[in-house]
Ligand binder design. Structure first.
Ligand code: NAD
Length: 295
């Protein structure tokens, strides 16, 4: 299949590589020339603009940092909508707010183009291994067009509803994750200061009602889970700045819909403070450092 792939960063580049390996012909666009040259060596065609990239393709995929990039890549003079033919399906995999993708979809609909959203979870490891989870906001008809291609980059393809609902699923899940990590960090720090063996405390939590992903898989206390970022100096994993971005999307979406998200807003401010201290590149479980005495 001839596919335009725009946005070839930490996630987009390995996703595009998997599509090339699966035998697709890719039209590539990014602002970073180095990644374009690397992917061209694998057989991709480098394009001059999003408009140029989408000419003559059968599908368009975008994987961009944030809403402003998505708006410009789609709506600018040399953007996707300036070059695309009616009827070509489009899917944006970036994590952005639901309103932006719905606005872009409405603009595209005027020229007979259907835009869906399919944000991912699974991180850069999942992108490389082709095991991402896609949360798809699309009509059932459009989903069946996208599914075989998404399956070349991921393992789970979950239909969430119409366009925008993929983003809703993603930001709701990540808000809960951000909150639950703060809860586990606070709890582990309390146990430590009261003098219980930390492994015993973690085992109790993980076999009791406090159990969650943040306690069981990504416990913020070093040494509890060997494979967790906490056991390697909080490197790798899911950066606090990315969590901060997702909590910003959740609280902004909540503001627009007049829905209180009290704990989400508190968690957002905690990751904001972490980022200000210069720790935004650490795994988000390092939020526990704010609860511990400095050494
Ligand atoms: P990234 O910053 O590594 O890559 C973004 C790419 O987009 C860069 O190569 C950049 O040059 C390119 N870009 C920016 N503006 C552009 C423009 N106008 N035209 C063309 N290209 C442009 O980001 P990433 O880590 O690949 O993340 C992409 C999206 O996926 C984000 O929305 C992020 O929140 C989401 N996400 C990331 C992860 C992760 O672990 N990194 C996990 C899940 C979801």
């Amino acid at each position: 299949m001839k596919i335009a792939f725009i946005g070839l960063g930490n996630m987009g580049a390995p996703m595009a590589r998997n599509l090339i390996r699966a035998g697709n012909q890719l039209h590539l666009f990014d602002l970073n020339q180095q990644v374009l040259s690397e992917l061209a060596e694998l057989g991709g065609r480098v394009s001059k603009s999003p408009k140029h990239a989408v000419e003559g393709v059968e599908l368009v995929i975008t994987m961009l940092p944030a809403a402003a990039h998505v708006r410009s890549v789609y709506l600018n003079e040399d953007g996707v909508l300036a070059g695309i033919s009616a009827g070509v399906p489009v899917v944006d995999c970036s994590t952005i707010d639901p309103k932006t993708i719905r606005d872009v979809a409405a603009a595209a609909a005027k020229q007979g183009v259907v835009v869906s959203d399919a944000p991912v979870s699974g991180g850069t490891g999942g992108a490389q291994a082709g095991t991402l989870t896609f949360m798809v906001g699309a009509s059932p008809e459009h989903l069946s067009v996208l599914k075989p291609i998404l399956a070349q980059m991921g393992r789970n393809i979950v239909h969430c509803g119409e366009v925008g609902t993929g983003q809703i699923a993603k930001i709701c899940n990540n808000m809960l994750l951000g909150i639950s990590m703060v809860g586990v960090a606070e709890t582990m720090a309390l146990g430590n200061s009261l003098g219980i063996d930390m492994e015993i405390l973690a085992n109790i939590i993980n076999t009791s009602t406090g159990r969650c992903w943040s306690s069981e898989v990504c416990n913020p206390w070093p040494g509890i889970v060997e494979t967790a970022p906490a056991s390697r100096g909080y490197s790798g994993g899911f950066g606090a700045d990315l969590m901060l971005k997702d909590l910003g999307l959740a609280t902004e979406a909540a503001r627009v819909s007049h829905q209180p998200v009290i704990l989400g807003a508190v968690a957002q401010q905690m990751y904001q403070a972490m980022s200000l201290r210069g720790d935004g590149g650490k795994d988000f479980s390092a939020i526990i450092e704010g609860y511990l005495k400095s050494k």
